[in-house]
Design a protein around this ligand. Structure first.
Ligand code: SF4
Ligand code: SF4
Length: 487
């Protein structure tokens, strides 16, 4: 019999001292003594004013404004940016991307990923704190909550109170406004995939189709649930970025951090306490007011050091700077700083990892630009007739049959001219000029016939050339190699 390993039960502690006293309930352990988790408790985030909050609002307004305005922009009489899933194309102003243009999308994703790596290595999770939709919408929902239910303290008291008329109308109005924002968000988001003008008209006249209605409801529920109820759970437990961010951090990364050397020992004191008295009492600059915890959207105490829950939003920086101002101390007890700086050194900006990310970012951005610049608004595909290698015509000529697929990747109709080169005295049987509507594929059956005496080899290589002159006078031409078979 194998020896049993003794199990030591370590009771779970609440992670951080939350600003507002909360009911942290510990579920009882099961018989084996495992499965002990603190239940999630409500975080009543306190509003804060300061430089970081102003920066977040600035980015939030720009982000929201762009999100809401972009689908309404028109170009050449149609929606400028539209991911048209049924038609399998993506309109980007004058450019239309097709499934064949996967390289462009791959470049866009790679550029986006390396931009994120670069910014994270340089300034930590600032994307999360200032630009992420989850943060932007959560702040918007918290703002509505504060306007309707009051400050963090009032909200906590309201939640503890029994239901009365005042509580009922405040709660009802809050959820109504949350659902309203969620619905507008969902309509705008779906408007990136289906013409937004018609979408709004159809929705408010109850003529929306099943799938469109499904996605509107789906995104409404997601927005309402994520920003209204889940909030920090998304950042802490569901966002993959929170998990791999530490791989990008180094000792020179700017993150929100508490200056322990300056702040400890912490403790309350009067504003009039002199530096000598502070020294005698072994007190640092932290007055232990807990404001930095009360404003934290993820409910952590930054004084416990860098934690994966921290989204680098800087709310605690604003809160603590306000306290330092009132106490007459220098700002920056909590600040965006690096580990090196905290230990009394200097931050090294130009370091191999950051330079590496910057180089890859520049190269990939260059390749993306090149791809866009050299992109042709025309694609040609040649399919040989698979039923017969060749056939003999009534006139005694040797004939090969092909199907030409001409894809007009522009947004306007074009006339294309088709030619062949590389075959001696070849006879072209079929239309040599075709008009193809913008964004359409045209299939054209054609035959090439030759006199048997002019054919030297069993397989002769030749070229199809398809060209057009665009409205601005630019000639666009594509050449596709093919084979002529005999014997
Ligand atoms: S806000 Fe500043 S002074 Fe107040 S507890 Fe936090 S670190 Fe200490
Ligand atoms: S610790 Fe500070 S920076 Fe980090 S999430 Fe909380 S408030 Fe934001």
């Amino acid at each position: 019999m194998s020896e049993q390993i003794p199990i030591k039960v370590i009771p779970a502690e609440p992670k951080a001292s939350k600003a507002i006293p909360k009911k942290v309930t510990i579920k009882p352990a099961d018989d084996a003594g495992v499965g002990v988790y603190p239940a999630r408790s409500q975080i009543y985030v306190r509003a804060v004013k300061g430089t970081m909050e102003n920066i977040r609002r600035f980015f939030g307004f720009i982000f929201l404004g762009l999100f809401a305005a972009i689908p309404w922009i028109q170009y050449n009489g149609q929606q400028a940016i539209l991911f048209d899933i049924p038609e399998q194309r993506f309109n980007l102003f004058a450019i239309t991307l097709w499934p064949q243009d996967l390289t462009v999308l791959a470049y866009i994703f790679i550029v986006g990923a390396f931009a994120l790596f670069f910014v994270t290595t340089f300034a930590g999770r600032v994307w999360c704190g200032f630009m992420c939709p989850q943060t932007t919408w959560t702040y918007m929902y918290t703002w509505l909550e504060e306007k309707i239910e009051g400050s963090a303290n009032k909200r906590m008291k309201l939640d503890q109170r029994k239901l009365d008329f005042d509580k009922f109308w405040r709660k009802a109005l809050k959820h109504f406004s949350w659902v309203g924002v969620a619905l507008l968000t969902a309509l705008t988001f779906v408007g990136y995939f289906t013409p937004i003008g018609e979408l709004f008209i159809d929705f408010f006249t109850f003529q929306t189709g099943f799938w469109v209605a499904f996605w509107i409801i789906f995104f409404t529920v997601c927005t309402y649930g994520n920003a209204g109820w889940m909030r920090e759970i998304m950042c802490i437990h569901m966002c993959p970025y929170a998990r791999f961010q530490s791989a990008m951090f180094d000792k020179d990364t700017f993150t929100v951090a508490y200056d322990e050397r300056r702040g400890e020992g912490r403790g309350p004191r009067s504003r009039k306490t002199t530096p000598e008295q502070l020294k005698a009492k072994n007190l640092g600059d932290c007055i232990d007011c807990n404001l930095c915890v009360q404003v934290c959207p993820t409910g952590i105490d930054i004084r416990n050091g860098l934690q994966y829950e921290c989204i680098n939003c800087g709310a605690c920086v604003d809160a603590c700077n306000g306290v330092m101002d009132k106490m007459g101390y220098a700002k920056g007890l909590i600040s965006f700083t690096s580990e090196h700086e905290l230990k009394g050194g200097t931050t090294k900006i130009f370091r191999p990892k950051l330079i590496g990310y910057a180089l890859v970012l520049c190269v990939m951005t260059g390749l993306l630009g090149l791809d866009f610049m050299t992109r042709k608004p025309l694609e040609v595909d040649i399919i040989r007739d698979r039923n017969s290698l060749y056939r003999e015509t009534n006139e005694g000529l040797i004939e090969n049959v092909y199907t030409l697929k001409v894809l007009n990747k522009s947004q306007v109709s074009q006339v294309y001219t088709i030619r062949v080169s590389g075959l001696k005295d070849a006879v072209f049987i079929g239309e040599q000029q075709v008009e193809v509507a913008g964004g359409e594929v045209f299939s054209l059956p054609i035959s090439i016939a030759m006199d048997a005496y002019d054919i030297d080899d069993a397989v002769t290589s030749f070229t199809f050339s398809v060209s057009t002159t665009q409205n601005d006078g630019t000639v666009v031409s594509v050449e596709e190699p093919s084979k002529f078979l005999y014997r």
